[in-house]
Design a binder for this molecule. Structure first.
Ligand code: NAP
Length: 361
């Protein structure tokens, strides 16, 4: 692709914002041209605003250091003058995020959002690019509602679902699942923390993550849904029950999954073949952040492990292992994805690449 796109980051000083800034530094299609955050950070250089709370393992990119941080709410026109689209990852009350994302979209700035506020807006696509990118076509209806030509909002799903939904989605096409039981073991970076800022997590397990179980049970049904007219109609099945647990891992959400199929039950080798041979429909675009092999199956009983396997294909692949028959469900298995790469900023960057390839941006 010859065109370069100018990208802004709203919420640039936060943990996910920092990850966006890092991913955009060497991106072949995107150039970081605007940063915005709250009025507390506005008017400072990015280094002044975020330098002391830089959480990434790599240094702050040079080209970001001297960019002036804009006020996300007051400076929409300045952001607009500098960008082709924005990524958004802000920590604000839901109603304020809805208003902010609306404001950008109505100003004709496409918004690729990491926030949960718009995930249940019926004409906002919630896309895992390798799975349900056909949902992007609802953007035309959203533009009509917003009265825009270019502006729209697209979101990514919660990080907790981004291992078991990718694993089950291609299997479900041939063998519909009726029930899924899942326990997630979620890394502390999902709370915007590391072991320095959350020492209580060392040698500890916390059996509650606010709002996470509801997201883990409901969001897959939108991903499995279909576009009908001006909205996405969610799927009725599979029924999902989830427990989400915080574990002392820096990065990488693991899920232990039990699945029951509605009718016919595939053989174990068939499921592994489906995983190994899954060809994502977006491969044709050769997107810079897309993994070559989206789903990887490990034969070794000790895999996948967060520490060993979360960085697979730049943290964008999903690892599966330990598939076996179950005495109560049909099968059980374990899967893993990187929560801040595939599950957050990396997934949003991939979504933006797809939106460019499909000419929505
Ligand atoms: P965070 O580290 O607390 O950062 C929050 C960002 O929002 C900062 O840039 C902050 O700017 C900005 N902000 C706060 N109040 C604002 C206001 N009134 N106007 C404009 N900007 C404002 O949060 P985070 O962990 O990056 O999460 C950001 C979003 O991503 C949240 O919606 C979260 O649920 C979602 N998310 C996070 C993860 C993860 O792995 N952490 C995963 C999935 C989704 P200042 O620095 O100026 O205050």
């Amino acid at each position: 692709m010859s065109k370069r796109y100018k990208a802004g980051v709203i919420g640039a000083t936060g943990m996910v914002g920092q990850r966006f800034v890092t991913l955009l530094a060497d991106h072949p299609w995107f150039e970081l041209t605007a940063l915005a955050a709250s009025s507390r950070s506005a008017g400072k250089t990015y280094e002044e605003a975020a330098g002391k709370r830089w959480l990434m393992s790599v240094p702050m990119p040079e080209q970001a250091k001297n960019l002036m941080v804009l006020d996300a709410d007051a400076d929409v026109e300045k952001v607009k003058a500098a960008v082709d689209f924005v990524f958004c990852a802000v920590d604000m009350p839901k109603a304020e995020i809805l208003a902010l994302e609306d404001k950008y979209a109505k100003a004709e700035i496409p918004v690729v959002s990491n926030n949960s506020a718009n995930r249940w807006t019926p004409d906002v696509p919630m896309v895992i690019p390798e799975l349900n990118f056909d949902h992007l076509k609802v953007i035309e209806a959203q533009r009509k509602r917003l009265g825009t030509k270019r502006g729209f909002i697209a979101v990514k799903s919660n990080c907790s679902i981004q291992s078991y939904v990718p694993a089950l989605y291609p299997v479900n096409e041939k063998y519909p699942a009726s029930q899924i039981l899942v326990c997630t073991y979620q890394a502390i970076s999902g709370a915007g923390k590391n072991f320095d800022t959350w020492p209580e997590m060392i040698d500890n397990v916390i059996p509650y993550i606010g709002g996470e179980e509801e997201k883990s049970e409901r969001e897959p049904l939108k991903v499995w849904g279909r576009v009908e007219g001006a909205e996405i109609v969610t799927a009725d099945l599979p029924a999902i029950t989830a427990q989400c647990i915080r574990v002392p891992v820096s990065d990488g959400h693991t899920a232990a999954v039990f699945v029951r199929f509605a009718d016919a039950k595939p053989g174990k080798d068939e499921i592994i073949d489906i995983w190994k041979n899954y060809k994502s429909p977006i491969l044709k675009y050769d997107l810079p952040s897309a993994p070559k092999q989206f789903l990887r199956y490990f034969e070794d009983d000790n895999r996948p492990q967060a520490k060993l396997d979360r960085e697979l294909e730049g943290g964008m692949a999903v690892s599966c292992g330990r598939l076996r028959e179950d005495t109560q469900y049909d099968y059980k298995f374990v899967c893993l994805s990187h929560n801040t790469l595939r599950g957050a900023a990396g997934g949003a960057v991939l979504l933006a690449e797809l939106l460019c390839a499909e000419k929505y941006i």
